[in-house]
Design a protein around this ligand. Structure first.
Ligand code: PEP
Length: 250
């Protein structure tokens, strides 16, 4: 049985003192959960987050990285740099990065390969725009994005990749996909993985839903057959609200 994985994406929010305070509070509120809890924080908070999360069940991730190991890439952070300070997870190909920073399916694929090379666990985001949804292209878009992201990975690497299905029109808008729609899209993604990597691998891959998840809708979404938890933006900025999402099954 797949476990539920709930990851917070703080985006460009929170200073180190707020990070310490937040994690001290959250760790008490989620200490009894069986679900996996991850916080993906800004680079400048990583060190503080890792220290504060020591001896808790909270795992720490970054929100992006370069695909190269090192070199003349001013302002960038490499997979090795993240790994060297014991970061465990990294979000790759978030729609905001695809939209504002020219991330492409090709760079997403390169980043996935480099993350696995150093043992970082990637959370790769896929999702359709409103226009694509209205044109009936959701399934095509998300299966293609998934196939291109995973291209060239072996079965073990695919199993160790978390996929976040995030319909772009639902991110930060307060609009949520219905639990049935989200489940159907995630089933499509799983089918695509099964087609390329076999049923067993597909059954093992964690596929989250993301897009305006809150404590009020988490239980309905995360109780669906194929939704293995969520990637949570806005609602992860408040420790109490995020803890209710993590504890959706309590
Ligand atoms: C996200 O940033 O991945 C996200 C899903 O944001 P929100 O929960 O705010 O819609």
């Amino acid at each position: 049985m797949r476990k539920k994985v709930i990851a917070g994406n703080w985006k460009m929010n929170m200073l180190p003192n707020e990070t310490i305070e937040y994690i001290e509070k959250l760790s008490k509120l989620v200490k009894d959960t069986k679900n996996e809890v991850i916080l993906c924080v800004p680079y400048t908070d990583l060190f503080y987050a890792l220290l504060t999360a020591q001896n808790t069940n909270i795992k720490i991730g970054a929100q992006n990285m370069h695909f190269e190991e090192k070199g003349a890439y001013t302002g960038e952070i490499s997979p090795q740099m993240l790994k060297s300070i014991n970061v465990e997870y990294v979000i790759i190909g978030h729609s905001e990065r695809r939209q504002y920073y020219n991330e492409t399916d090709e760079t997403v694929n390169k980043k996935l390969k480099s993350a696995h090379k150093v043992g970082l666990k990637p959370i790769v985001c896929v999702g359709e725009t409103l226009e694509q949804r209205e044109e009936g292209k959701t399934s095509d878009v998300i299966t293609k994005q998934t196939a291109l992201a995973l291209e060239g990975l072996n079965e073990k690497e695919v199993e160790e990749t978390i996929i976040a299905y995030e319909p772009i029109w639902a991110i930060g808008t307060g609009k949520t996909a219905t639990s049935e729609d989200a489940n159907e899209s995630i089933k499509e993604i799983r089918k695509e993985i099964a087609r390329k990597y076999g049923q067993q691998t597909a059954e093992r891959v964690i596929i989250q839903y993301g897009g305006s998840v809150k404590s009020k809708n988490a239980k309905e979404l995360f109780s669906m057959s194929d939704i293995d938890g969520g990637l949570v933006g806005g609602a992860s900025l408040d420790a109490e609200e995020f803890s209710k999402i993590v504890n959706f099954d309590k």
